[in-house]
Write a protein that binds this ligand. Structure first.
Ligand code: ADP
Ligand code: MG
Length: 464
């Protein structure tokens, strides 16, 4: 059996084709001796292999050989991942770590509180050098007494994991994979509060200590503006045109999210934003012609799964390709709505789109998108309305449309409109300086509503 590095075009192919199908069997690790997606405390390992079968396992000085294997996307520079590997090996007391992006393969050995490179070769040479790798981390080279120390291993309550069979389908792998959660904010009607929700929810989730990425998939680029990325007031100085979400979607190999995302300053704690651009509109046809355009965002998000906890995607008020891309890539969906008749009628389209998207997701072995609910937005604060009309409007949503309504209500508040329109004077020029309502007026009712919303969402997606 040989390995061809050309076969690995993304991180999951490095995992499946290089590690699962080639390295682990070549090195003598049977499916019962290695584990995939192992969480130990705050650390998540791609693979952990043992010289003997140990379930549940413990990692301590008596542990039989253990090797951590970390797979990266082929366009990732391995140098950027060495520090993290050192942290894994030293804090978990694992002797060897294999780091690969398919193109390069490196093996590090733990030496006291540091790690040393003990082997490296280009992916395409692995077939001829596999014996060297076997001599280092092969399962069979470990002294018998070390294997026998297995008997002394105690059952650990805290580190129980289940074995991941080599035969498990990619559907299962996808489900287990990540802790990063992606939420699309979508309704096909405009003006219902999608962008306002994305921006202020991002700030509220960030405030809870989560690392947040915002992706603007609407060619109107309102989120890009509201997060303060539009720093020019003359198109001659447009620095977004050449690097925005379109580039992310149109190239499989270039424009990773890590390059296109920008640091924003609409929130005191840093939030990265992938901007949009009006050009998205005219480029939709080009993108539509690309067979796999719908899948690229999934892969590119996979590459940043260790960098962010929550990704929020703003979407266009339409049923177009960009809306579809968002719903294909997201784990969860929130549907902002003012609960007025037109928005309600639009819910029928939203439901049909969800159905079509779930059909597509099934074909690519991706679990269905989970709808967290309709979010009541821009709701009038008039007393009589809140008392009598609002409950009825909320009630009809599950009855008529079969959709949940989120508990938190975002009322129509002046602060919310104002904070997005904030400006700053720089050398006599008035430039946009939008901030989130959490930063604009932290004690305002509106800020509190978004904090409640963040809490509700984090609870629903299992992050609180
Ligand atoms: N809860 C709210 N209170 C006050 N104004 C709001 C509220 N939600 C949205 N707006 C305003 O309504 C307009 C449309 O909201 P927006 O979030 O851009 O909607 P969408 O993204 O769905 O088109 C914006 O001018 C925004 O400032
Ligand atoms: Mg919008």
């Amino acid at each position: 059996m040989t390995f061809n590095p050309e076969l690995c075009r993304n991180e999951s192919e490095v995992e499946s084709k290089l590690i699962v199908q080639y390295l682990l069997p070549q090195l003598g690790y049977t499916p019962d001796t290695w584990h995939q997606e192992v969480a130990v405390g705050s650390i998540r390992l791609d693979f952990l292999a043992f010289a003997v079968q140990v379930i549940p396992f413990v990692l301590d000085v008596n542990s039989p050989l253990s090797v951590v294997m970390e797979a990266k996307h082929p366009n990732q520079n391995l140098d950027n991942h060495v520090r993290r590997l050192r942290h894994y090996l030293t804090s978990l007391n694992v002797k060897y770590g294999l780091l690969t992006n398919g193109k390069q393969i490196r093996i590090y050995q733990k030496v006291k509180n540091d790690i040393e490179l003990v082997f490296h070769c280009p992916g395409k040479e692995i077939n001829t050098r596999i014996d060297e790798v076997k001599n280092l981390i092969g399962r069979n080279i470990f002294p018998q007494e070390q294997l026998e120390s297995n008997h002394k291993i105690q059952v650990s309550q805290s580190l129980k994991i289940s074995t991941q069979s080599i035969y498990s389908s990619s559907f299962e792998l996808n489900q287990r994979k990540k802790s990063m959660k992606t939420i699309a904010i979508y309704h096909n009607k405009g003006g219902v509060g999608k962008t306002t929700t994305v921006v202020n929810l991002a700030a509220a989730i960030r405030k809870k200590g989560k690392r947040v990425l915002v992706i603007d998939l609407d060619s109107q680029a309102n989120t890009t503006f509201a997060t303060g990325l539009v720093k020019f007031d003359d198109e001659e100085f447009d620095d977004i045109q050449d690097s925005n979400i379109f580039h992310v979607l149109q190239s499989e190999d270039y424009y990773p999210i890590s390059e296109v995302a920008r640091k924003s300053n609409f929130s005191t704690s840093e939030i990265d934003v992938v901007p949009s651009h009006i050009d998205l509109m005219k480029n939709e046809t080009d993108l539509n012609a690309l067979d796999n355009s719908r899948l690229i965002l999934i892969e590119k998000l996979e590459q940043v799964k260790d960098k962010y906890d929550v990704v929020l995607i703003d979407t266009p008020p339409s049923l177009n390709l960009y809306a579809k891309i968002a719903l294909i890539a997201a784990d969860y969906l929130i549907i902002p709505s003012d609960l007025k008749p037109f928005a309600n009628q639009g819910l029928i389209n939203v439901k049909e789109l969800i159905k079509a998207i779930n059909g597509f997701r099934k074909n690519i072995r991706r679990p269905p998108i989970e709808t967290l609910g309709v979010l009541a937005c821009k709701i009038s604060t008039n007393n009589q309305f809140v008392k009598h009309t609002l409950p009825k409007r909320i009630e009809v949503i599950p009855k008529r449309y079969g959709l949940n309504v989120m508990e938190t209500v975002i009322y129509e508040r002046e602060d919310l409109a104002k904070c997005a329109e904030k400006t700053q004077l720089v050398e006599n020029m008035e430039i946009a300086d939008p901030v989130s309502v959490i930063d604009f007026k932290p004690d305002s009712t509106s800020a509190q509503e978004f904090e409640l919303l963040a809490k509700e969402i984090l609870q629903k997606i299992g992050m609180l």
